[in-house]
Design a protein around this ligand. Structure first.
Ligand code: NAD
Length: 368
């Protein structure tokens, strides 16, 4: 996962684009399907503009059918609100946890194994614990020292594998270098692999006609956002930027399972902007601040920005702030839908972890 501090410069190259934007019927009289307008980017984009998801602009366009009338339309993309959707999901999980407990006495349990004392990992684990408590899931923790052995970690995994009150097991990544991540993740029982990283789960995700027991949380969160905003996937061109085991690769497999035609862009891809511009749906998980410019996007594309990148910010008390992979200020004027950072995919990951833990408890106890 990228964690270097990056410059917030989103470049200042001048672009002039003529876009034919399909507008939703509800915004216009039925006779008008398209409004053509010049999106003049001839003045340089300020880096700060590029980085602010909160800057929402209205533009004035002249209706093609009635050039005399000035119609004010919001030409910025609709924001996909991950905070809102994740809260809805948590409420749904909470209601189901109560239903399960009242009907069977079973309380779903999630065990988290943390090795070492990385501050960011400790924060993630704390947040997961809090989120569990909020929906009635019981959390279990094993905190192991940085210098513990691989077999000690495997022993704890085995204990949780055999513990009936634990329905989900999560090993917080990254692990210290001396521990083999592949061996550790393969040690988690596939029935309790709520992170979906077990090779069998990933293998099933890749195969036609097979389904994994669990889908990795961040990719599942991306798909959930698309579904809950009624965005069609079938037959669409999707572009995934990044091919990591935890985000890029599984999200590409999920899009393919949902019948999209998928292209992948990675650090060796030539002309990534040309490939990205073909995407009706673009999911970026590269970990590079402001990699995806407005000019990389097809007008009307749906943009899901998974990246969480710290950039220097002297105005912030912490000296930095978090931005995505996508140059928001530009992209939001080209895309039809976009996720902000923060507040987009981020909150979905924990919501999906809770949902996977509930799913596991229901499956183990054969509860419909
Ligand atoms: P990673 O470093 O493991 O993988 C990055 C991928 O991006 C690699 O496949 C690499 O080939 C590709 N890449 C790197 N530079 C590129 C470039 N210039 N052009 C095209 N491709 C490029 O990272 P990761 O763990 O997959 O995370 C990616 C980003 O998503 C990070 O910013 C991370 O913080 C964020 N993330 C967010 C969540 C969340 O909950 N929202 C969860 C996981 C990761």
């Amino acid at each position: 996962m990228a964690s270097t501090l990056l410059s917030p410069d989103c470049s200042t190259s001048a672009i002039t684009a003529r876009h034919l934007i399909p507008l939703k019927r509800k915004l216009l009289p039925a006779a008008i399907q398209f409004v053509s307008f010049e999106r003049s980017l001839s003045s340089p984009w300020s880096p700060s503009l590029c980085l602010s998801p909160s800057a929402s602009k209205y533009r004035t366009v002249v209706s093609a059918a009635d050039p005399g009338s000035m119609t004010t339309l919001d030409t910025t993309a609709k924001i996909i609100d991950g905070k809102l959707i994740s809260q809805q999901i948590k409420d749904e999980v909470s209601a189901e946890v109560t239903r399960l407990r009242e009907a069977t006495g079973v309380v779903p349990g999630l065990a988290v194994i943390l090795v070492g004392s990385r501050k960011d990992s400790q924060t993630y684990v704390r947040n997961k614990k809090k989120a569990c408590e909020a929906v009635g899931i019981k959390s279990y923790e094993a905190n192991l020292p940085e210098d513990c052995t691989e077999s000690e970690v495997l022993r704890h995994i085995e204990e949780f594998n055999n513990e009936p009150s634990v329905h989900g097991i999560l090993v917080q990544l990254p692990l210290p270098r001396h521990i083999n991540e592949e061996k550790i993740l393969a040690g988690v029982s596939i029935e309790k692999d709520v992170d979906g990283f077990h090779p069998l789960n990933i293998g099933r995700l890749a195969m036609q006609g097979r389904d994994p027991l669990f889908i990795p949380c961040t990719p599942k969160g991306c798909m959930e956002l698309l579904h809950r905003y009624n965005i069609d996937i079938k037959g669409k061109r999707a572009v995934v930027i990044g091919r990591s085991n935890i985000v890029g690769m599984p999200v590409a497999l999920l899009l393919q399972k949902a019948n999209a035609t998928v292209s992948m862009v990675h650090s060796y891809t030539k002309s990534p902007e040309d490939i990205t511009r073909q995407g009706d749906i673009v999911i970026s998980a590269a970990g590079v601040a402001n990699l995806v410019r407005g000019s990389w996007l097809k007008p009307g594309a749906v943009v899901i920005d998974v990246g969480i990148n710290p950039v220097d910010d002297t105005n912030s008390p912490r000296g930095y702030r978090l931005v995505g992979d996508v140059c928001y200020e530009e992209a939001s004027k080209v895309a039809s839908y976009i996720t902000p950072v923060p507040g987009g995919v981020g909150p979905m990951t924990i919501a999906m972890l809770l949902s996977n833990t509930l799913l596991s408890a229901k499956r183990i106890h054969n509860f419909k």
